[in-house]
Write a protein of this length. Sequence first.
Length: 499
Amino acid sequence: MPEENEILEQRELPELLAIRLEKLKKLQDEGRDPFAETKFQRTAYSADIVRDFEAMENTDVAVAGRIMAKRGMGKAIFLDLKDDKGRIQLYIRKGDIDDVTFDDIKKFDIGDIIGAKGFVFRTRMGEISVHCKEVRLLAKSLRPLPEKFHGLRDIELKYRQRYVDLIMNEETRRTFEIRSQFIRYLRSFLDARGYLEVETPVLNTISGGATARPFITHHNTLDLDMYLRIATELHLKRLIVGGIERVYEIGRIFRNEGMDTKHNPEFTSVELYEAYADYHDMMDLFEDFLSSAARDILGTQELQWQGETIDLSPGWPRITMAEAVKMHTGVDFMSFTTTEEAVKAAASIGVKMPENKEPSWGDLLYECFDQRVEDKLIQPTFIIDHPVEVSPLAKRKADDPRLTERFELFICRNEMGNAFSELNDPIDQKQRFMRQVELRAQGDEEAGMMDEDFIMALEYGMPPTGGLGIGIDRCVMMFTNNSSIRDVLLFPTMKPIED
């Protein structure tokens, strides 16, 4: 049973390590230290040989990679070699190479990294292989790989030892290939539309651009506390003021908050801003991007995610937050004339409000949506027109100043992106910053700070602007059918293991 194998491996690990160390010492004592190797000139990858076998048959190649299996110990040895593109079989026959090397190969371990030269052929069993004339040990694996029948079963260990996970699990490798393709497609999509990619500071003297608790560090020379950025928004909008009319940044964001399947303290987002556009333009762009990315990367716009079939074909519904609450709870916030009515309605459907502040009509609307509607949104849905209380950087709606021109895209109960018609009124913006400062003084560690320089930038004049932020990690989760953000981060944040 796999469980018994795991127990056996744990018990035998010190002995296995000792055996491999002894093999290494023997080679080193003989002046053949594998770690002294500096280079191996590879001429072909496994996938190239398999794909182009007819053209490459009987030609000489040099291959390199990790031993994943070994068979035969008589006059012929078969090795399964894994490289960056796949696997291929190596055939080593006694007499084709010198006796010392042949005896060494018998002692090779699973996980050892080797280089081999020979010619391409097909065995009598029909398997494309390399008939080796030379084999070199390039690095000794001192620690055994997990037992092949159950691989790396411990989920937490997969995240802590991603290097082993990548060796053992092709699905993991595929996930991060798709992640790379997604980011590459995102860049080409925006570049083709005239957006300029930029970089903005990670360390800031003010925490702003989002509602989140920041990480705090200290600059010794300046004797100054600084904040790791929680968003790139305020710097990018400064560039809009400066005349860069289409701008974006793909970068790491840091938020000192809880960890779960949707949240990691550091994550990757893209924020983009376009002058003379609004949140409707951002909806069009977002829909076009995600649907075309799925088609080009995955070959389909129908995805499986978290047990649901998701259709990314264009034509996603656009529903106001108040309409969504009414649709799923029966509570009509647009009919209320007093905050008291909204309080009673929220209580009637079991919505709980934060205890540290007096709720407003907008706070109540948002909490009703957050607690009673969000987990019902499966297919791509734009939720638009958020309350101003939860949207300190978005422009108010002309026909209802309680609301803003803002949307969030939800797919399969997950928020995938957030966008505004950006607030460009410096007077209104300063008042909203002051409201955030008041909330912070009352103990809200997620509230924003006053950014006087950003107000100054707006006072020079910022054109009407549409802005959009996309959570890249969640998009990759959807594209790879993973339910945890840790599955799409190569090195997720983990609690240290105690001795």
